[in-house]
Write a protein that binds this ligand. Structure first.
Ligand code: ADP
Ligand code: MG
Length: 379
């Protein structure tokens, strides 16, 4: 795959339209016996801060090496993920720029853990909202001239329908674009927020609602995209009274597993198809953005990408955290997710040895790297 190069204002003297690539991180969750029916042990492990290896199922004498912008091994804390992948994009929101953070990957691989986490191990969402309030307070102390307001919306895309999670029983909402090319959803609840604890009181019941409903409705949560929007509006207090809006999308995507393989039928097959459309389009959009060079970005081909059109690529800052699981039963879904996330892949003639290697050890290299650049697809 071609090296992906970001074109930004600094590099082009600010003359051209800014096109930013999507930073791709991969996070491997710890091996969990409960997810390994056959007690086969892990089939993936980290090699360094940007790479991992996975068994080559076609040839046990080989492993496949993948490289990303960042690799987070199973020991990586929620704090480290937040500090290196999310915190750096947040100041842009206060300057009227947009950002989006996604968790991608198969069901069970750690998307919700990464985005939401638990009260003991809070994830990206609570940490990001807390930081946004922190930044706002800082800015307000620095200058009296700008006033900031923070608000949220929370929605779900399910079966290519846009549903308001802050308004139970909502119908499919339309997605529109204004004359300045900002994307918005008329009728979507927008709740002004005064503090982080206020956010908690609004968001927590809505997200719990979604999780409880999911067990009753065929694990709906694994088939829908949950999208939290945090909007920061800054208003100048003196003439010319400028106003700027920055949007942050925090997205817990539907499971990337291929439902056709698990033999879903009827309604579930239809759901899978619709989910695949949004996820499939998202992967095309990310590929087009990262390939650069003015190729068409197919934002309009699905609801998810249409909604994110002004916050993914262009001048927006985007991070995709691909979550993967180490157990064999996830092998094909892991493999597919890695092929989407990887900058490069190498086939290495070295069997996947069942040894315990602490992941993310910088500088640790495999013993044998004479493998050829992989073009063969193990499918
Ligand atoms: P997904 O949302 O992708 O379906 P979850 O976030 O629900 O996956 O994760 C599946 C299980 O694995 C949960 O029990 C979760 O707590 C656990 N888990 C996921 N990632 C980690 C991690 N990095 N460290 C510890 N436990 C994790
Ligand atoms: Mg989940």
């Amino acid at each position: 795959m071609a090296q992906r190069v970001a074109v930004n204002d600094a590099a082009t003297g600010g003359a051209s339209r800014r096109v930013s690539r999507v930073r791709v991180a991969v996070r491997l969750r710890p091996y969990m016996e409960a997810h390994d029916d056959k007690a086969e042990g892990p089939c993936v492990r980290g090699l360094g801060p940007q790479s991992l290896e996975i068994t080559n199922w076609r040839n046990a004498m080989e492993t496949l090496h993948y490289q990303f912008d960042v690799f987070y091994g199973e020991q990586t804390s929620q704090q480290e993920v937040f500090l290196s992948s999310v915190k750096p994009v947040l100041p842009h929101l206060l300057n009227g720029q947009n950002a989006s953070i996604f968790a991608y990957g198969p069901t069970g691989a750690g998307k919700t853990h990464t985005m939401l986490g638990s009260s003991e191990q809070p994830g990206v969402i609570p940490r990001a909202v807390r930081e946004v309030f922190h930044l706002v307070r800082e800015r307000e102390e620095e200058s009296q001239d700008w006033e900031y307001s923070v608000g949220m919306s929370y929605l779900e895309i399910y079966n290519e329908k846009v549903l308001d999670l802050l308004s139970p029983g909502s119908q499919d909402l339309p997605i529109r674009e204004d004359k300045d090319r900002n994307i918005f959803i008329p009728g979507l609840t927008h709740t002004p927020l005064t503090s982080f604890s206020h956010f908690h009181t609004v968001f927590l019941p809505a997200s719990l609602n979604r999780t409880t409903a999911s067990t009753k409705l065929n694990q709906r949560s694994s088939r829908s995209h949950a999208i939290l929007l945090i909007k920061v509006v800054r208003s100048q207090q003196s003439p010319p009274h400028r106003q700027q809006t920055g949007k942050l999308y925090l997205v817990d995507l539907a499971g990337s597993e291929d439902n056709r393989r698990t033999g879903n039928q009827g309604l579930r097959l239809k759901e899978s198809g619709a989910i695949n459309l949004s996820l499939f389009t998202l992967s095309k959009v990310v590929d087009a953005l990262n390939a650069g060079g003015g190729c068409r970005v197919p934002y309009r081909d699905s609801k998810l990408t249409r909604l994110l059109q002004d916050s993914l690529g262009g001048s927006a800052h985007s991070v995709m955290i691909t979550n993967i699981a180490p157990e064999y039963k996830y092998y094909f879904d892991t493999f597919t997710a890695l092929n989407f996330a990887a900058k490069s892949k190498l086939i290495v003639n070295r069997p996947f040895v069942r040894e315990t290697v602490s992941s993310s050890v910088p500088g640790k290299r495999p013993r044998d790297e004479q493998g050829s650049v992989g073009t063969a697809e193990p499918h």
